[in-house]
Design a binder for this molecule. Structure first.
Ligand code: C2E
Ligand code: CA
Ligand code: CA
Ligand code: CA
Length: 281
């Protein structure tokens, strides 16, 4: 028994060591890539359901690895949160996204102006000077604060602390809008939305993808939308893939949607073709 016990410890040890080594490798690689400008943003269109009008884009980061090619954020965001690299990485994303949207607003002057949505990790919100940094980036790039939406996952706000609410309040005082991302997955009570300084929620893809399949998910989506509207909060549906889902969301008076049904995330050139194709520039 003793021996097998020792054996188990060895296995445990090795897998932990492997995990640590992998994490350090990714971190070193990623840190270098950030310095060498190997990160790029793709942008996924968001449209208004009622009119079909394009209202803006969500910025999504990709890593162009020198050997492995394009790497999706699901492979490196979590690690960079653990190592803290998400802080400089997140600031790079924010600056790049604001700068790019400012250029697009000049080139494609529609009313209301196109907006940009950026994902913010909880680790970034813990930085005492985060809202100062956001303010600085807005000033540097010249993007109007009202054109910026920051997406914070429901999981983040569920672990609410006084400090978090303060951070959210000071961001909102800058004039930027706050969105709750992946809504419905964080098990917050719905009534609790009332106490958060929030402009919109994004209904998680898992609910949207069941629309038209399971009757129960229609009820859930309908309840979420109704509650949000009672609280004067707008709703964005994410992961819309089919005409049926789109039709159902429109019927339920969801304001905005995003998903492969409209377009997958696009690189800068494809975005420009997309805007030109839809808005007649
Ligand atoms: P998210 O914020 O929920 O972003 C939506 C994800 O769903 C994106 O994956 C997008 O490509 C994908 N998607 C969009 N429409 C559809 C659809 O119709 N069907 C399906 N199956 N998928 C769709 P992506 O780009 O791989 O990003 C994954 C996650 O990584 C994001 O989830 C977000 O949590 C995180 N992420 C991405 N960029 C950043 C960033 O700059 N900073 C931080 N902190 N997180 C980021
Ligand atoms: Ca998001
Ligand atoms: Ca989401
Ligand atoms: Ca998600």
């Amino acid at each position: 028994a003793k021996q097998s016990g020792r054996g188990k410890w060895l296995v445990f040890d090795e897998s932990m060591r492997d995990e640590l080594i992998r994490r350090m490798e990714v971190e070193n690689d990623l840190r270098r890539s950030l310095e060498e400008n190997r990160l790029v943003l793709h942008y996924q269109p968001i449209t208004e359901l009622k009119s079909g009008k394009l209202i803006g884009f969500e910025a999504l980061v990709r890593w162009i690895h020198p050997r492995r090619g394009m790497i999706w954020p699901t492979e490196f965001i979590e690690i960079s949160e653990k190592t803290g690299l998400i802080v400089p990485l997140g600031l790079w994303v924010l600056r790049q996204a604001c700068w790019q949207m400012r250029l697009w607003q000049e080139r494609f002057p529609v009313t209301p102006p196109l907006m940009i949505s950026v994902n913010i990790s909880p680790r970034q919100l813990e930085e005492a000077d985060f809202s100062e940094q956001v303010k600085k980036i807005l000033e540097e790039t010249g993007l109007p604060p009202s054109s910026l939406r920051l997406e914070i996952t429901e999981h983040t706000v569920v672990q609410r602390s006084g400090a978090l609410i303060e951070a959210l309040d000071s961001l909102r005082m800058l004039g930027v809008q706050l969105y709750i991302d992946d809504f419905g997955t964080g098990y917050s009570s719905l009534g609790y939305l009332d106490r958060l300084p929030v402009d919109a929620i994004k209904i998680d893809r898992s609910f949207v993808s069941n629309l038209g399949k399971a009757k129960s998910s229609q009820g859930v989506v309908q309840a979420i939308i109704q509650l949000a509207h009672e609280l004067n909060i707008e709703v964005v549906a994410e992961g819309v893939e089919t005409f049926e889902q789109h039709r159902e969301l429109k019927r339920l008076q969801c304001e905005f949607m995003q998903g492969f049904y409209i377009s997958e995330p696009l690189d800068v050139h494809a975005v420009e073709r997309f805007i030109a194709g839809r808005s007649g520039f």
